[in-house]
Design a protein around this ligand. Structure first.
Ligand code: ADP
Ligand code: MG
Length: 369
């Protein structure tokens, strides 16, 4: 039995298909992220799990119950929205207790739940304040407290951090992760931010245009993207897609690239068999910025690395490392190097290509090769 099971769920508004058949299963205690660009259908799907939107077809199960046609209050869920929707004339304590009051939970239990939740979220000193007397982060905590007071079988979050400033967003992200680790609850969390997705999720569904492009663990999605969309959407800076040509030299397959200083070839290792039929054709080499670095001596004897001299276009220090942009086959390529090894724009730099995680895409369709 899955904690949540979404089975071929579709949603149309008139002639517009907003969700085109979603299938996702997660287990109890998992943290599921729905991530994708604005308008891809994340909130619609979450609202359908919550019962705030009807499904056009398909079914949704929470635990062993088919909830597809149940009212929101009967689904045993709690939801935290982007806008916190706190009652402005109630205190923090009253906001958190309101749901229990409605459900006529007895006073002693209400008090102990309030105490537990307020301690967990470290908002005890705020209990007598009104929402207008709180900062953005504190309001966000109260909204979470209201959800936590319910002890539901499923928590739903819709972009809960997107109204916070960058620093607070990172802090709250860690808090949510900690909370999940302590409580072991099952969470479905919507975000358009791929970093939030990578850091929080233990399962990620990458969505685009009402479809799940890939569903898996964060590492798998990062290292083994199903297509160019997923490869480009997850990771910052984005994966490089380098136009190159499949070549065969002395029976060894490689890809050929020009970086302004003459042609060089890179090994393709594991992808050899799949590239065999494409010798002589164009292909897109997918290589993350951290796989193109300064020369690293310990890695130089590996079958998967190769060094080439490249003309540096632009240099961007980020602090811990420096981004170096070079032109390769008329395409801009970003490399992540140690700050002390970066050279000035216009100069040549020896760059090491580590092909151990290289992926390849069909230039026409964007599909993985
Ligand atoms: P996301 O949360 O990923 O940004 P949404 O789920 O809010 O996306 O919206 C998905 C798509 O459905 C969007 O193109 C949006 O315009 C459309 N949509 C949402 N609600 C309605 C509605 N009530 N009527 C028509 N179209 C809608
Ligand atoms: Mg949304």
């Amino acid at each position: 039995m899955h904690a949540l099971s979404i089975n071929n769920v579709k949603k149309s508004y008139g002639a517009t298909d907003v969700l085109k058949g979603i299938d996702i299963d997660i287990e109890a205690g998992q943290f599921l992220i729905l991530v994708g660009p604005s308008g891809c259908g994340k909130s619609t799907l979450l609202n359908m799990i919550a019962g705030l939107e009807t499904v056009t077809s398909g079914s949704i199960n929470i635990g062993d119950r088919d909830v597809t046609y149940l009212a929101p209050k009967d689904r045993d869920i709690a939801m935290v929205f982007q806008s916190y929707a706190l009652y402005p004339n109630m205190t923090v304590a009253e906001n958190i207790s309101f749901g229990m009051e409605i459900r006529k939970v007895d006073k002693a239990e209400q008090a102990s739940t309030l105490d537990r939740v307020a301690n967990m979220l470290q908002i005890v000193p705020l209990l007598d304040r009104k929402p207008s007397q709180l900062s953005g982060g504190q309001r966000q905590r109260v909204a979470m407290g209201r959800a936590l007071a319910r002890d539901p079988s499923l928590f739903l979050f819709d972009e809960p951090l997107s109204n916070l400033d960058a620093k607070l967003r990172v802090e709250m992200r860690t808090e949510i992760k900690q909370l999940h680790q302590r409580m072991g609850t099952t969470i479905v969390y919507v975000t358009h931010d791929q970093i939030e997705a990578m850091t929080l999720g233990d399962r990620i569904a990458v969505m685009k245009d009402g479809e799940v492009q890939q569903f898996g663990e964060p590492r798998e999605i990062y290292d083994n993207p199903a297509n160019m969309f997923v490869a480009g959407f997850m990771g910052s800076p984005s994966m490089n897609f380098i136009p190159s040509k499949v070549v065969s030299e002395n029976g060894k397959l490689g890809v050929r690239i020009n970086a302004g200083t003459g042609d060089f070839e890179l090994p393709v290792n594991g992808a050899g068999e799949r590239l065999q039929s494409r010798v002589g054709s164009e292909i897109l080499l997918g290589l993350r910025p951290e796989m193109i670095t300064q020369r690293v001596e310990e890695k130089m004897n590996s079958d998967t690395t190769r060094v080439a001299s490249c003309v540096v276009d632009v240099v961007e220090p980020t602090g811990p490392d420096t981004l170096v942009f070079v032109q390769m086959n008329e395409s801009k390529v970003v490399c992540r190097v140690k700050p002390e090894s970066a050279v000035d724009a216009g100069k040549n730099m020896e760059l090491m290509f580590d092909m151990s995680k290289a992926v390849f895409f069909d230039p026409e369709s964007g599909a993985r090769v």
